[in-house]
Ligand binder design. Structure first.
Ligand code: 5GP
Ligand code: ZN
Length: 113
């Protein structure tokens, strides 16, 4: 298995787990970009948001059902940001769809640069 996040989900690579259910795994980003920075991923591999289809969108829905739970666990009571990077121009470095949940402080207004 070559995908980094598939290996983290399988427990082959250690991570700081925040939340897990049958379809979703959430863990702290190794290089946090905010006071709280969690990655929320479907356990079944999807390459990116550009690969979402009717066949796999229920796995993405499960991620979005998990995000409020992650936010509650991390006490993000004052709001947070959810980001997914896609492909080269989106600066996606890991090719397993993941949603960055950022918060725990006031985030910059500017998202694009
Ligand atoms: P991307 O740039 O693809 O949107 O986000 C990938 C994220 O994965 C980056 O924020 C990076 O810090 C994080 N990351 C890369 N390798 C690891 C790792 O081995 N463990 C954890 N917890 N996060 C990682
Ligand atoms: Zn994967």
């Amino acid at each position: 298995m070559s995908c980094l996040f598939c290996r983290i989900i399988a427990g082959e690579i250690p991570s700081s787990k925040v939340y897990e259910d049958e379809a979703v795994f959430a863990f702290r980003d190794i290089n946090p970009q905010a006071a709280v920075h969690v990655l929320v991923v479907p356990k079944e591999h999807i390459e990116s948001a550009d690969a979402i289809s009717a066949d796999n969108s229920s796995r993405v829905a499960a991620v979005f059902e998990a995000i409020p739970k992650v936010a509650a666990i991390c006490r993000l009571t004052n709001g947070y940001r959810v980001i997914t990077n896609v492909g080269e121009d989106g600066c996606q470095s890991v090719k397993h769809i993941h949603f960055h949940v950022l918060g725990g402080e006031k985030l910059p207004e500017n998202m694009g640069n």
